[in-house]
Design a protein around this ligand. Structure first.
Ligand code: UT7
Length: 314
């Protein structure tokens, strides 16, 4: 499903990130798994990942930074959307703890679209703002380490924990979601899944084979909906799953590495936190200016995919 929402306004007015303190390097994993730093770096681009904390703890930390930067108190937020596939509890939604922790006056809900979650959340937030809400706090937060099988070298090397958040405000001014694409193919659930209470099971090569095509096609639909071309994109923020997937998607889309956010080496795959962590890192590094167009593209379990073209506001 692709969308053209030229009339909308979802300005990103604040952003923030949170990472656990504990660093787990490839050398640390060599001690417990039949793997090597050389293999992990060559096949994935990952050098280390952060492990620890809780999903709500990380979400609150990232959310507080985003609110502080936007100069928005929790009491002025109408809705918090927590994108996660690793909630701390089955019920209530983990966003309830975030709502309380940040003193948010409005509603709270979780959104699970696995690694595509943050972009689904962005499109959902844009819809809420167009229907009259004033401010949405959108957070991607995960503690993937809690559902990783630490004896499975096919997945244990990939995932990490963390959170990234943005404040989205409606009304006038620059900053909009210009186009988007959301999709899911549930017939592929079996290639990447974790049963309730279980660990991640993944057919890595099969996910890999499908990922690049899914990303490229979804990105092209979002660009079409936004009425722009890839040459108009100032920054490409892909889901951080594997450096080879990112490189291949960049080459097929015609986007250079210089225009692509890549923090995979330091945080690994943080699922729904991956795109906001990479986006916040790029914004903090001064890589974005008002009016820049940002292309965000997620894919993951489902298989799900989600892309959006966002005009940077500040
Ligand atoms: O956000 C969720 C989306 N997930 C993804 O995007 C993951 C997509 N998939 C991948 O990133 C890659 O498939 C992996 C990184 C998971 C695996 O890389 P690969 O290049 O597809 O390797 P492979 O699974 O085809 O395995 C190649 C070889 C095998 O050995 P043999 O049979 O050739 O002797 C594996 O047993 O590499 C072996 N291997 C490892 N060796 C050292 C697999 N994992 C490891 C490891 N260390 N950690």
């Amino acid at each position: 499903m692709m969308g053209d929402v030229a009339s909308s306004s979802a300005r990103i007015t604040g952003w923030g990130a949170a990472l656990p303190e504990k660093v787990v390097t490839n050398a640390d994993l060599e001690a417990t798994l039949d793997t090597s730093d050389e293999w992990i770096v060559e096949r994935t681009g990952i050098r280390e990942r952060r492990i620890g904390g809780s999903t709500t703890g990380l979400a609150i930390e990232a959310g507080r930074r985003a609110l502080d930067q936007a100069g928005v108190p929790g009491a002025d937020v109408d809705l918090v959307i927590l994108c996660t596939c690793t909630p701390d509890e089955t019920m209530p939604a983990s966003s309830a703890a975030v709502q309380q922790g940040l003193g948010i006056a409005g509603g709270a809900m979780d959104l699970n679209a696995a690694c595509s979650g943050f972009v689904y959340g962005l499109v959902a937030a844009d819809g809420f703002l167009r229907s009259g809400l004033g401010r949405v706090l959108l957070i991607g937060a995960e503690t993937m380490s809690r559902i990783v099988d630490w004896e499975d070298r096919g997945t244990a090397i990939l995932f990490g924990d963390g959170a990234g958040a943005v404040v989205l405000e409606g009304g006038g001014g620059p900053g909009r979601v210009l186009g988007w694409d959301l999709g899911s193919d549930g017939s592929l659930r079996h290639i990447l899944h974790a049963d309730a209470g279980g660990t991640i099971q993944m057919d890595g090569p099969e996910v890999f084979r499908r990922a690049v095509r899914i990303m490229v096609e979804s990105a092209e639909r979002a660009l079409q909906g936004a009425g722009c071309s890839v040459d108009d994109i100032a920054l490409f923020v892909p889901h951080q799953a594997n450096a080879r997937i990112i490189a291949s998607a960049c080459s097929k889309l015609g986007i250079s590495a210089e225009r692509t956010a890549n923090n995979l080496a330091l945080v690994g795959n943080t699922s729904a936190a991956s795109i906001p962590l990479a986006l916040v890192g790029a914004a903090d590094a001064g890589r974005l200016a008002a009016g820049d167009l940002v292309l965000v593209v997620g894919f993951g379990a489902g298989m799900s995919w989600a892309s959006a073209v966002v005009e940077w506001a500040t």
